[in-house]
Design a protein around this ligand. Sequence first.
Ligand code: IZC
Ligand code: ZN
Length: 414
Amino acid sequence: MASDLLVYNIGVLITSKEIDIINKTSMENIEVLNNAYVAIKNGHIFSLGEGDYDSSLIESNTILIDAEKNVVIPGLIDSHTHLVHGGSRENEMFLKAKGATYMEILNAGGGILSTVKATKEATKEELVEKAKISLKKMLAFGITTIESKSGYGLDLETEIKQLEVNQILDKEQPIDIVSTFMGAHAIPKEYKGKEEAFIKNVIQMLPEIKAKNLAEFCDIFCEHGIFSVDQSREVLKAAKKLGFKLKIHADEIESIGGAELAGELETTSSEHLMAVSDEGIIALKNSGVIANILPGTSFYLKKEYAPVRKMIDYGVQIALSTDYNPGSCPTENLQLIMQIAALYLNMSPIEIIKAVTINGAKSLNKEKQIGSIEIGKKADLVMFNSKSLEYILYHFGINHTKMVIKNGEIVYYI
Ligand code: IZC
Ligand code: ZN
């Protein structure tokens, strides 16, 4: 049977299909094909292989794309973003340069709380238009699926507004959006000293978010001075009971047992982990929690990097994401994050690709539909203007994308 679109003459095709040649816990156990082709039909992968494609795969209507020996990989997955927000925080950059810390700025009513104010003041339409500009940039960087969190409302009305913006954006542009409710992102000013009351309030928001089907995941900022391990457990358990899948911002600034809690609750992923303890790493490994590492934040805040090599040695699976947000990582460039991972996390090229494809999909519980180029999966592909994978990681700070295919359609080409 003929295909709708066929990409041929691919120099290096990293399918990200997991293979067992090394061992199951490896971060390098993904398939790499040379001189390959991929055929697409009805928006899904129809056939692929090395060498010449069978002539039965094409007919007069088939769109043929010569990859000219370039690298092709699955569409990138950015599995941790704070996409929808009002305003920006460039003022903080220069406060930090004078010595102010992220926490000091937040405690003075800035940081997340200043974005909460701007997000409350913005209309839904303004938030849609602002986020759309970011999504356009993301698509150009080769991203075909993202996760997008609420958490700049901290009240039911604004949290719903943010999540409805996700819903609108999911329909209006090519990138698929997976929504996460993060009502427990910071303690609002009016709840200072009444943290328990705020926790109750967040728990009361959960059934409404669920009834409106506005989020698949629930996340919380488990951090010294924000939400404790016990408070995080309370919120996440309540969410789990209602059928939410779980994520947790854990051990970003201090090691307080967030990763251990992720293991206990078997969250889908655990985010940041710059200060994770050895016990935390073991908990992640034993529960199969994906460690979602956000090295752009370490870079931008001039902080320690997460101990990724140690986690990989322990057998933890790593995802890499931008953490795109207006405070600690204002960039949509996942390719830059991959380059930072090569430079500062000592990850190998194949480990990096695994982290932004199939492991990104696992961190969204979508590994059956996306994250690898396998027959039957969504035809989400990115072609780079490079014949070698290493070159993409070496030539940093630029955009290497040549073509993006989403659901079998060419949505970006340069
Ligand atoms: O707006 O600062 N870490 N949440 C937890 C963030 C960073 C986003 C922000
Ligand atoms: Zn985050």
